[in-house]
Design a protein around this ligand. Structure first.
Ligand code: FEO
Ligand code: CA
Ligand code: CA
Ligand code: CA
Length: 533
């Protein structure tokens, strides 16, 4: 357990209700300036402690994986928000730290991999379930709790579909798990994003002839798993760790999956494809609580229409694909045939708990020279989540004027303030350089809904060197913000030239970690809606 910034807020928050209302009305947040410090720096009124980091023991047999991205927390009991299960995605590995292999040493690195390295890497991706609880303001893992377990790139899982894919109904493992969501029936959703990094991809030429594009990691030299088994939304049962892949939600670089339950218990799932000029999708179930029976749609944001990826009723899809399963496996191609709008890398999606509007981070697109991205706002027709038409507009543009670049993860707090992280990737910063210099390290921002700062983008945390802050998730009482610090020190050339040493362990090795952020500023933000009363 390490403690971070413990800056005290300038005022305490224990006044009478009338004084508190005046204080909230006049609240002006003191944000941070851009920082290039190798530390997790927090604004006044926030503090953090580390909950778990890479390599920590979670049971007699398992350790916490690498590059944690999405976090979510489900309490055992709705009346006790301080004890429950934390799910954490482990998106990808840095072989320099995980498997003692430096890609920079080789011209064709995939030819030099060993099975021992690949096995270590496969163990360190996927996800972790850990029981955590809070005592005296400190969240801790309950070591050896029977719920604690790892899901890895070798964990067998079923598919929620009747047709086998590449001859199988049981797939091996999950990896590239970026963001996710939870279901109304309280299970975790974890999304397979850049899956082609590990087993490559099947690509089709103009004559519809398939060829295999190899991965950079070389995993397929040791394990012959079809690329078609990855690129799905995966559901994990917190209680027993059983996982299933949801084919009906399509196959692409899923960033996240955000669910809304309709009054009749049917579900609507929003999910984006984080790749240059790819698309935004939504699934509407035809049966209650189903992620199998229903229709997948893709967005035409120019005309405000959801277009059905429906092989039976779309002749243009029947011409190219042999059945609905092939449409779902090759969803990107099907979406383009229908006229879906190319978007600037859809990342996280959140539903505003106050207005019901849908917010989508479009992080950037070098092809269209959009370096800074923007947040898109979608209003479904008449506010109905199962509507097939909508209005779309820019809510907040990245760039120097608003003080952020490359929006990625989003989270609303109890008062409907929007919290957002940025992801200017290390490789992009090296390649594109100049546009990103004013912003310095990746950060966490809040956009207050009400009060004097309403609509402003305020930087409240700055990440260690090369890191990205990911997976913001509020505890059910709104008092804790769980946040991942992912890939600190990612641009290190070798172990002698580390760009970050966060979290400053004795071995100096940078480690991804989940932190719990608490403090007066979060409490005030959660109470901001009182000024409407
Ligand atoms: Fe893994 Fe789209 O971020
Ligand atoms: Ca992301
Ligand atoms: Ca989110
Ligand atoms: Ca990103």
């Amino acid at each position: 357990m390490s403690c971070g910034n413990t800056a005290n807020p300038t005022t305490s928050f224990n006044s009478t209700s009338e004084e508190r209302l005046i204080e909230l009305k006049n609240l002006v947040l003191k944000g941070l300036l851009p920082s290039d410090k190798d530390d997790l720096v927090l604004a006044n009124g926030l503090n953090y402690h580390t909950v778990i980091k890479w390599g920590d023991k979670i049971s007699d047999t398992d350790t916490f994986g690498f590059n944690n991205d999405f976090n979510c927390f489900i309490p055992f009991d709705d009346d006790n928000p301080k004890d429950g299960l934390l799910w954490v995605n482990h998106e990808y590995i840095n072989p320099l730290f995980v498997s003692d292999f430096n890609y920079r040493d080789y011209e064709n690195p995939s030819e030099y991999r060993t099975i021992a390295q690949v096995d270590k890497e496969m163990y360190n991706v996927g996800g972790s379930i850990v029981r955590i609880n809070e005592e005296n303001g400190q969240w801790k893992i309950v070591e050896n709790d029977p719920h604690n377990r790892r899901i890895t790139a070798k964990t067998p899982m079923q598919i929620n579909w009747d047709t086998p894919i590449k001859g199988k109904t049981i797939f091996i493992g999950t990896h590239s798990n970026c963001s996710g969501g939870i279901t109304p029936w309280k299970t975790f959703l974890t999304c397979e994003e850049n899956y082609d990094s590990y087993f490559g991809e099947t690509e089709y030429d103009e004559e519809n002839v398939a060829r295999h594009r190899p991965s950079k990691s070389g995993w397929e030299s040791f394990y012959d798993y079809p690329p078609e088994h990855y690129g799905w939304v995966v559901e994990v049962n917190p209680k027993d760790g059983k996982a299933q892949k949801h084919i009906a939600l399509g196959r692409f670089a899923h960033e996240c999956c955000t669910l809304y339950e309709l009054a009749d218990k049917r579900v609507v799932a929003y999910t984006g494809d984080d790749h240059n000029s790819e698309h935004l999708y939504k699934f509407i179930s035809s049966k209650p609580s189903s992620l199998k029976e229903g229709t997948l749609y893709v967005a035409d944001t120019v005309n405000g229409k959801w277009l059905a990826l429906d092989w039976v009723n779309q002749p243009i899809l029947k011409e190219k694909f042999k059945d609905q399963t092939e449409v779902l496996i090759r969803a990107r191609e099907a979406a383009k045939l229908l006229g879906a709008t190319p978007l600037n890398r859809p990342e996280d999606i959140e539903i505003d708990p106050i207005t019901g509007n849908i917010f989508v981070s479009l992080t950037n697109n070098y092809i269209t020279k959009d370096f800074h991205g923007f947040i898109l706002k979608i209003e479904e027709k008449n506010g109905a989540f199962d509507a097939l038409t909508f209005k779309a507009e820019t809510y907040k543009a990245g760039g120097e004027e608003n003080g952020f670049s490359c929006p990625d993860n989003l989270a609303f707090d109890l008062s409907g303030n929007l919290w957002m992280t940025s992801d200017m990737s290390g490789s992009a910063m090296n390649k594109e350089g100049k546009p990103y210099m004013p912003f310095k390290n990746n950060s966490l921002f809040v956009i207050p809904r009400l009060g004097k700062d309403a609509g402003k983008v305020i930087r409240v945390a700055s990440a260690p060197k090369d890191a990205e802050l990911t997976g913001p998730w509020f505890s059910p009482d709104g008092k804790t913000l769980f946040l991942s610090v992912q890939h600190p020190g990612e641009q290190s050339k070798d172990l002698e030239n580390l760009t970050s040493k966060w979290p400053f362990d004795e071995d100096n090795i940078p480690k991804p970690a989940v932190v719990a952020i608490t403090g007066d500023l979060i409490e005030k933000m959660n109470k901001l809606n009182q000024i409407e009363v």
